[in-house]
Design a protein around this ligand. Structure first.
Ligand SMILES: Nc1ncnc2c1ncn2[C@@H]1O[C@H](COP(=O)(O)OP(=O)(O)OP(=O)(O)O)[C@@H](O)[C@H]1O
Length: 225
């Protein structure tokens, strides 16, 4: 592990009740690296991500994400950590009463940017995800794939070094899934690290990257054939 890693986990254990979900786990993710997290239902994939954005705390061990020592983070620092991450979940969580532009702008307003910068940056990230022409549309008038693109645009707005994605293609048909995966490759090629939980082995084969499997409380590097 080195300072250039964007994630560093050392001897991390998480137990909700008696049996640990993650038991003395070590992991690191390099700057700009792409890594899949796979595992059976209930294996602990979401718990693994939750540790990283400080939704849960480890029972033991050290976790660092970017410049934040997450394992000992004070509650008041959690919003600062989350603004440094891009977080993309399966259910899209767009604000239903705001249009596409405002959904993305919202992420920048809370960080106190000026209006001129916000307009420029929102149009830039909407261009990146191919949705400039939908900037005035309401979420309900978009397809699932388009909604997921807006979520990704919003996650990118603050230029995070790390994108955490929990089954970003889970609700999408194969065509829409592929276009989201293409977008994630493109974002990764620009230097952003991506940690992506997925059940979609076809996508892992089509877009091969480092893959870790959570199994029996441990993290195992595997090759999906
Ligand atoms: N808040 C909680 N309290 C108690 N047990 C929990 C809690 N959250 C998760 N668990 C348990 O921890 C285990 C791991 O859950 P987790 O959601 O991390 O798995 P997962 O691999 O993401 O599963 P899935 O693929 O079904 O989403 C499961 O047995 C789950 O029931």
């Amino acid at each position: 592990m080195s300072e250039s890693d964007v994630i560093e986990m050392h001897d991390v254990t998480v137990a909700y009740e008696s049996e640990p979900v993650l038991d003395t786990v070590n992991f690191s993710l390099g700057v700009g690296e792409f890594c899949y997290v796979i595992g059976k239902t209930g294996a602990g994939k979401s718990s693994f991500l939750k540790l990283l954005y400080s939704d849960i705390k480890p029972n033991h061990g050290m976790i660092r994400v970017a410049d934040y020592k997450v394992s000992s983070l004070q509650d008041k620092e959690i919003p600062h950590l989350r603004r440094r991450l891009g977080i993309v979940f399966q259910d899209f969580q767009l604000l239903p009463d705001r249009n596409v532009f405002e959904n993305v702008a919202f992420a920048l307003r809370v960080t106190g940017h000026k209006q001129k910068f916000i307009k420029h940056r929102v149009l830039e990230v909407l261009g990146l995800v191919g949705l400039s022409h939908k900037r005035k549309a309401m979420p309900k008038d978009l397809s699932g794939g388009e909604q997921q693109r807006v979520v990704i645009a919003r996650a990118l707005a603050n230029e995070p070094r790390l994108l955490l994605a929990d089954e970003p293609t889970g609700n999408l048909d194969p065509g829409a899934s592929s276009s989201i995966m293409e977008l994630l490759q493109q974002i990764n090629n620009r230097g952003m690290a991506v940690l992506m939980v997925t059940h979609d082995y076809d996508m892992v084969r089509k877009y091969p990257h480092r893959t870790v499997q959570i199994r029996d409380g441990g993290l195992h590097e595997i090759h999906v054939l």
